[in-house]
Design a protein around this ligand. Sequence first.
Ligand code: ZN
Length: 197
Amino acid sequence: MSRAGEIEVIVGPMRGKKSDLLIIALEQAVIAEKRVVAFKPTRDTRTSNEIVSRKFDKKGKPKVSRRFPAIIVSTPDDMMRVIDIKHPEIVGIDEAQFLSPDFVPFIKKMSGERGIEFVIAGLDMDYLGDPFLETMPKLLAIAHRVTKTTAICYRCKSRQALFTQKIAGSTAKVEVGDLEYRAACSDCWYPYRGEAS
Ligand SMILES: [Zn+2]
């Protein structure tokens, strides 16, 4: 009977270095000679078969700072097939806010029955400051450990930015992108209502 694998969830705003923390954890697991597999949901259309973290220069241009190979999945069955082939001890997931809610009982089961350790990164809130859809709040509820990151506020430069500030684009609840978002503290954050025309 295997011990339950720990489920760690790393949340925070856009530009809160969540993917960096995830990639560092996975790189360390590789150094520790663990079997590691990383996944990302189909919904994140920004990159192909890898998790990337980005740095932004003064002009706001993104540059990749870290990368880790990842397999794109859309259903728990997709993930199950890979787990059955690769028998990972540690599973990393990035952009977990885009996973469908049926991943929550699946992850719980894989942790409990197979002892797989999960390191999961994603947004906890959407740009309106509400809990991000359904999956992320549920993953936070079943996590053994939660790391909440903060970023530098795009306006006052404090280190207390917990919110994702939308600055461009549509008012759709979910819009994938980097340039449309900043991190903001509670004093500077405001509900985005679309681009001024
Ligand atoms: Zn601020």
